[in-house]
Design a protein around this ligand. Sequence first.
Ligand SMILES: *Cc1c(COP(=O)(O)O)cnc(C)c1O
Length: 360
Amino acid sequence: MSRVFNFSAGPAAIPLEVLEEARASLSEWSGTGMSVMEMSHRSEAFRAVAEAAESDLRELMSIPDSYAVLFLQGGATQQFALVPMNLADADQSVDYLITGSWSTKAQKTAAVMRSVHIVADAGDLSYSDVPARASWECNPQAAYFHYTANETIGGLEVHEPPDVGAVPLVTDMSSTILSRPIDVSRFGLIYAGAQKNIGPAGLTVMIVHQDLLQEPPPQLPPILSYAAHAEAGSMLNTPPTFAWYMAGLVFAWLKRQGGLKAIGEVNERKAQKLYAAIDESDFYSNPVARLYRSWMNVPFTLARPELDGEFLVQAEEQGLTHLKGHRSVGGMRASIYNAVPEAAVDALLAFMAEFERRHG
Ligand SMILES: *Cc1c(COP(=O)(O)O)cnc(C)c1O
């Protein structure tokens, strides 16, 4: 069995070079006589791993010194709860832009604890477009403005950070972080579960401006407090050490690819190829407005949905896996993260053309 072209939405593909590097030192890492998994997170050896990962991420994303970088647990879903707990007082209102399932989940979680104001809801546009900026009703007093940079399920990506004035901008970048250069200074807080574009599941990366860590709401237990995690260098308790190490290998791999500008060009080309083929065909379609099409997750449907099963079986036979769309939307979805090579997209395109020729 050789490796397939894996289009999984998450946990997702990891660069083969990184997996092989990890395998080569799985039982004896760097002259320590043990696996990275087996050593104290407070040991000098692990500290070196942790610091290198942070410094490579800072370099890749040009993260200013005024931001803390945290390596946490709990996934993006836990941040749906911790963001309002940490960034808003009990009596403060928070703004949410709704563009699909993940922003809806984030908003519903925040609404359990805080007064949530929905700035605009793309539900009226079937989550395939975003209401015009001029129609948004932003609250200039909001504790923060939250949006989902890339809706992994619907395939809708907000490519530019929205202008929300002086209100701190908070974003869930789980499925688009590291896919291209971004201007970190536009944000108050960025969070991302690792299992899409960073590494294995179990790690959550956060980039947060120091200003937002100054006055943690009282009575927040330290384990739920961003300020306490930052103060402890993400080692308030045992961090997911192996996932952190793997993330570091991915960051180093990204640097070898030429950094985010270079990988961004590859990602744009992969996405454009796939959308162009979908648009040119009468058999495949994607509903998302061109301006908001995701570079990372490309959902598409077949003109004859009764062929979905056959499409998936035959794709699998060609080594093209995990193409089934999310259960909430059906159809297909190709997730084409950094670790999915352009050759995988080319193989998918060839298969799609052949399937259409036979069934279209
Ligand atoms: C996958 C995903 C999540 C959920 O991540 P968990 O790590 O399972 O909590 C949240 N938001 C976005 C945008 C995602 O892609």
